[in-house]
Structure formats: structure tokens, C-alpha cells
Design a protein around this ligand. Sequence first.
Ligand SMILES: Nc1ncnc2c1ncn2[C@@H]1O[C@H](COP(=O)(O)OP(=O)(O)O)[C@@H](O)[C@H]1O
Ligand SMILES: [Mg+2]
Length: 262
Amino acid sequence: MNSRSKIDYREVLIPKRLKTIKYILLVASGKGGVGKSLVSATTALILAKNGLSVGLLDLDFHGPSSSVIYGDLEMPSEEEEGLIPPVVEGVKVMSIDQFVEGRPIPVSGKEKREIIKELLALTHWGETDVLVVDMPPETGDVLLASLTYLRGRRGVILVTTPSKLSLKVVDRLIRLLNETGVEIIGIIENMSRLELQDNKVSPFGVDAAKDLASRYNIHFLGSLPIDPEASLYADEGRADKITSTRFGLELEKCLKKTTLLD
Ligand SMILES: Nc1ncnc2c1ncn2[C@@H]1O[C@H](COP(=O)(O)OP(=O)(O)O)[C@@H](O)[C@H]1O
Ligand SMILES: [Mg+2]
């Protein structure tokens, strides 16, 4: 008889690791390129600025980018308690990128699930009010696995652009989340308009995200402008500047409509 244990130690460790986190805020879109990472990274900074103890976990395999906004990240330090994330502007930041350093980037769904499991089992977040998670940009098994591991008090913020394609993917994601019973906190529409002095242009149309939210009885949290300044600061890793941009201020208004910041 094989006496080797069949218990996966990581599945035992993960709930212990997450126990010190009061709330897990999952930021999802189902599709890349809609600003999910910029929203995740900026949300974490806004919450920290408002006095909360915050972590940011970047699980965006297709080019981890929410963590990039925090500039040149130090590697997590290896302590007896586990991997301790570096802190930038008051946010504890951990990303797939730091974690897979020097190893080939996982490609298959199975490899991605293993990496997520390992990352969650090893990271020591300590007492944390909100862990913001930049979710894998897909609606398949990697997303489902993340939902399985990231248990606790939690809710999802959905990010979409006003484009039909993005809305269609979010529509599918809403149905999937409803099936899994995960609470949806609300929808944020990103890149909704370009503001040129007094002129506001909505190149992708208006109200479609609001309509989608009301169709599913989901809270519409607001819409964010296309903001070249926020994009520039993101590219330059200026986490210290993003919250005071137009994008950052509008996002803060969206968050104030939730119980995260009221
Ligand atoms: N509202 C916005 N205004 C200007 N640039 C934006 C906005 N939202 C996102 N971006 C930029 O668009 C690009 C894609 O955004 P990102 O957050 O990486 O998308 P995703 O994570 O959904 O793939 C990034 O360069 C980001 O800085
Ligand atoms: Mg991203």
C-alpha cells in the first residue's frame, strides 16, 4: 500500500494564510485591455490612503501589470512566517511576476492553478483589512480555481469598457459568478469618455454598462474617463501620483458607493 499522504499541504495552508484578511476584493473583467489592472492598482492605493491596511495580489498572467504601476518592486523577503510582500505607498504588493522570477511563465491552465495555489500558500499577508486581487483575465478554469482558493468574506468588482465585446464577456462572467454564488459588489465602466476642456466625447457609446447592470440588478458604481495622465503615471510606476489624477478621483467616488469606503 502506498503510504504517501494524499493531502495537498497547500490547500490546508491557504485558509490559514487568508485568515488574517478581513475582506477579499476581487477585480475581474473576463477580458484583457479594459483597465482591470489600473483599476485594481489604484483601488488598493485609494483604500490605503483612506487609512485601511491593504494588500494587492496581481494574478494577471497575461502580463502582470497592476504591480508594475508600483514601480521597481523589491522581491518579497523570505522569512520564517513565509514570503513577506514589499510595501509601496502603504500597500503590500505581491505579483505572479515576482513569484515566478527566473522560472518559465506558466502556460497551461494546470500550471497556472499550481502557481496560484503556491503563491497563496506561501504569502504572509499579516493583519489586512482588504486584499485587492487583480484576477486572471479569463472566464475558465483558472478563474474558477482562484475563486475556490480565495475564500472568506469577499466580493467582486467588474470592470468593463462601453464596447460591445467587453460587455458581452462581462455578461458571461456575471452569469458564471451568479452560478458560483460570489457576491458582485458592482460594475465600473472604464474608458467611458474623453474630456477635452469643456467637451466630453464618448467614442464607444453611452449607458450600455449601466443597462447591463440594471438588467442583472447589479449596482452601477460609475464611469471613469480616459485619462492620459493616469496612463502615463501607470507606465512610469508613479504609484504616488495616480490617486490624485482625474481617473483616481473618479474611482474614489465609485468606491465611496460601496461599503469598502463609506
Ligand atoms: N481610464 C483610462 N485612461 C487612460 N488609460 C487607461 C485607462 N484605463 C486603462 N488605461 C491604460 O490602458 C492600458 C490597459 O489597461 P490595463 O489596466 O493594463 O488593462 P487590463 O488589466 O484590463 O488588461 C494600460 O496602459 C493602462 O494604463
Ligand atoms: Mg491586466
